[in-house]
Design a protein around this ligand. Structure first.
Ligand SMILES: [Zn+2]
Length: 273
């Protein structure tokens, strides 16, 4: 599933193209990808000019010249592509926005966990936690101290911190040396500092590599990210830990596959060397 670095990469690739363009025609092939269901998305978008494209959490937020907004969530398999009019329309393309220069913005999502949310004049982000690249360890300590859930589940909760998913949580916990089943409210001050630092480092590194190539993730220009080669625990079950050679373990925490090194991320106490 695309996480913060992948979504930011899509936003960065749309930004030189979309702002200033008028949407001259809209083709919506599946109404059920639009929330709320009663909004007439075609009428709302037709002849509007895109003012800006921004990311908040895992959302791609588009501001229009009507001062209204909508966002696209890529879900598991969603893709936004800029295509020329004569490019073949692939199966599972649910929306085509025709731009005034003839190019088309296409939204394709075979598994349909993604979609389009109409916000109107609202920001619609009251439910979202702080951005992980901006959060301070003090803020994070306060939020983690208020939950008894294990740290892995807490960091996946978009209301607690917004934008992280399975890959970058596993990678951040490894870098911080924290066992994924540690209770969030039991983390020490130094562990939270290490975790805050790790989250930012991991995300910045992933952004630099334009995200991870998972399934068919590519940005709007069709280029694939290469951060996957840099994963140190995620999807590396039974492979040796890059630090200590212990085989990486995989467990399931609240239904999510979790990868960690039992030596570098001990449940309690100091790291064994
Ligand atoms: Zn290790």
């Amino acid at each position: 599933m695309p996480e913060l670095p992948e979504v930011q990469t899509v936003v960065d690739s749309l930004n030189p193209i979309l702002p200033g363009k008028r949407m001259t025609d809209i083709q919506l092939f599946r109404r059920d990808i639009v929330t709320p269901p009663d909004v007439d998305l075609v009428a709302k978008l037709k002849n509007r000019v895109v003012v800006s494209v921004e990311r908040r959490a895992k959302r791609i937020i588009v501001l229009l010249d009507s001062n209204e907004r909508f966002y696209i969530h890529l879900g598991m398999s969603g893709r936004l592509m800029i295509e020329q009019a004569d490019a073949p329309v692939l199966k599972h393309t649910h929306l085509i926005v025709i731009l005034d220069d003839g190019a088309q913005l296409r939204f394709r999502d075979p598994r349909r966990f993604g979609g389009i949310w109409w916000l109107g004049k609202e920001m619609g982000d009251e439910q979202l936690g702080p951005e992980p690249l901006q959060v301070s360890s003090k803020q994070l300590a306060k939020r983690l101290g208020a939950t008894k859930r294990v740290i892995k589940s807490a960091l996946l909760d978009q209301k607690l911190i917004a934008g992280l998913g399975n890959i970058y949580v596993d990678e951040s916990l490894f870098q911080a040396g924290i066992h994924p089943q540690t209770r969030a409210d039991k983390l020490s001050g130094s562990q939270i500092k290490a975790l805050t630092r790790a989250i930012k480092q991991i995300l910045r590194r992933a952004l630099h590599h334009k995200g991870s190539t998972l399934r068919d993730f590519v940005d709007a220009n069709g280029s694939a990210g290469d951060y996957r080669k840099k994963h140190r625990v995620y999807d590396r079950e039974d492979e040796p830990c890059v630090t200590c050679k212990t085989p990486i373990k995989r467990i399931v925490i609240t239904g999510r596959s979790t990868h960690f090194c039992s030596n570098c991320q001990p449940r309690k106490g100091a790291r064994r060397r």
